[in-house]
Design a protein. Sequence first.
Length: 384
Amino acid sequence: MSDAGLDLPGEGVLPQQWLRKAVEQGIVHSDRTIPETSYQPASVDLRLGELAYRLRCSFLPGALTVEERLEDYAMEALDLRDGAILETNRPYLIPLQEELDLPAGLRARANPRSSTGRVDVFTRVITDRGFTFDEIKPGYRGKLYLEVVSRSFTVKVQTGISLNQLRLINGESRCSDREIVHLHARAPVLFVDGEPVRPQDLVVSDGLFLSLDLRGDAAGEIGYRAKRNSRLLDLRQEYAHDPVDFWEPVRRERGNRAVLEPEEFYLLLSAEAVRIPPEYAAEMTAYEPTSGELRTHYAGFFDPGFGHSSGEESTGSKAALEVRAHDVPFMVEDRQRVCKLAFERLVEPANVIYGWGIGSAYQDQRVTLSRHFMREPAPAPPSG
């Protein structure tokens, strides 16, 4: 199979219309039909298979296949067909239902779904004879395996649910800092208090920096911290769990700041609102200050159309930030830069974009909790 078979119009990330063609040609394939719900504006959801292997440690297969490595590292196998419980801080490896047959010019990259990162479930894909996580080289042909570690909650999973996503990328897709600045000048991508960020206030360095909103709401709440020893979180159920059983609110201190306790998991919001035009996608990249005291955000995909509206002028949507301090308590302040947003070109504008029309859960978000939790009634979608 060659990349000429897709006849792509250019370099970049494949949007949904090209992902469908990739599935039709068997570049992404499965023994079971890939459902409509798996197609996102610029990625495909990957589904859990029937078994989960409890591991004694994480690993990369290197020169061997994953199954050859499992002989050394697997402790037991769990049947996921009727659901199974994954304990906290224990690595599991789950063969995925989807497999790849990548042409020579097409590579792939995986990331957790937004809802997965927001419940502190760490995922990354490995492949046969692979030396990296989540990055799949051009020409790879074979199975995909998902390493899953739930850091805060004991969770229940089942065959067929999706914890992560896959993008297909043709050639070079990443925008330079200069391109990001030019993009913001012609179609603003970052807003504060409803106004585009001034060009001189953009901070770029291999991506566009975002900062924390520690002003919070009228009650001073700035986000949530995961509770220890909570109830079982069933990842098969949406809008079903009471947040009180899993989260406690976090309030700001005087001066719009907060102390993050070591190894606790926090959900906060960005100070800036983000808008991704339909001809671009983005990826949140984890940022660690040189002190090493703070890690912000599991890397995650932002779809074309996030914070964008085809109707009245949009001023973007805030980004949920997953934050953990290490070793010692760490003070964070309002507008402290904590993560970066890398922009990527699409091979052509997406014909389906993120938003109300496809049931996206986090458009115009004002809260950070995932779709697994009960929430206040959502505002009505914009008309038109």
